[in-house]
Design a protein around this ligand. Structure first.
Ligand code: MN
Length: 148
């Protein structure tokens, strides 16, 4: 795992985002950021702590809170685990410019992991229960839905 892409996209003298590092913990955190992006518009960024980084997906329609809705989740660059606590305003002209807030956070239990499928149980304040991420188009397009 590497944060090269994350670092390459950002100028740390301009953005308040953490530079971070790869750091393996046993915390199994997840976080959903509300990202009011100037360019892309409001979306969720869903992040799962895994292998020392936060695996990340942009979810344009938001992470479903109920069963029955399948949404597109576009995998983005791995983020440092310290990003789980990040909230702030990324200045105009910077990558991801706009306001970032934490929508929900908590821990998760991994149920299944293959190259194209992740099943996990979220234990957050708002998001609770079993979720699936299913890759349907390589390399970056996944479906995210609540399965239980
Ligand atoms: Mn985003």
């Amino acid at each position: 795992m590497s944060l090269e892409q994350y670092w390459k996209k950002r100028k740390f003298d301009k953005t308040p985002e953490p530079k971070g590092k790869v750091l393996k913990t046993s915390k199994n955190r997840f976080v959903v950021h509300d990202h009011y992006a100037i360019k892309a518009g409001h979306h969720h960024d869903f992040r799962l702590e895994m292998d020392g980084v936060l695996k990340s997906w942009a979810v344009p329609k938001g992470v479903p809170e109920k069963k029955g809705k399948r949404v597109l989740a576009i995998q983005t660059e791995d983020h440092p685990v310290s990003y789980a606590d990040f909230q702030g305003e990324i200045p105009e002209g910077c990558y991801g410019a706009g306001v970032v807030k934490v929508f929900d956070k908590g821990t998760y239990k991994l149920i299944e992991k293959t190259e194209n499928k992740l099943v996990f149980e979220l234990k957050g304040g708002k998001l609770k229960g079993k979720y699936t991420l299913l890759r349907f188009k390589k390399p970056k397009h996944w479906l995210l839905f609540k399965s239980n």
